[in-house]
Design a protein around this ligand. Sequence first.
Ligand code: FES
Length: 195
Amino acid sequence: MTEDDLDRNRRHFLTVATAVTGIAGAGLVAVPFISSLKPSARAQALGAPVEVPIGSLEPGELIRVLWRGRLVFVLRRTDEMLSRLADNVDRLRDPDSTEVDQQPAYAANETRSVKPEFLVVEGSCTHLGCAPLEDFEVRPAEGWGGGFFCPCHGSKFDLAGRVYKGVPAPTNLRVPPHRFVRDDLILIGTDTGAA
Ligand code: FES
């Protein structure tokens, strides 16, 4: 082995040793971070139900929350939004929400909700999982009464998360299990007890 070979081997050893030390160091930093999470934060990271305060949600306002790493929309619908649900029924693929996997039994109704005012749906397009965008502007000339639009391949959903016909998404937006703990607090991820 030449002197050059020895030098090359020594440099290789030092590079590997430094990399391993770096990984070990990162591990030492990560452990205190995880153990310092509060119990509720740890539980949420594992998929525990998520509390969503809705007391200050204005009519027409949408908030996004994360449950089990999934995006969930909570929309407080106005009376006018609710009245629009009947407008485009003939354009919807499954207006009566007959697909049982798409919502719990207590949300298999015209408004797809426990309380008509509050829509709770997963913000994941049922085509390939993109996050739909809200578009609440009414455009009668386009047959659009407001709802959600997926920018990836153009799927459209109404204000109850019901999918339109003729788009790639096969089913309505999924309603996750949830219940009202109080009038101003929704628990997403469980529906045991009164919903
Ligand atoms: S992922 Fe939404 S239309 Fe394809």
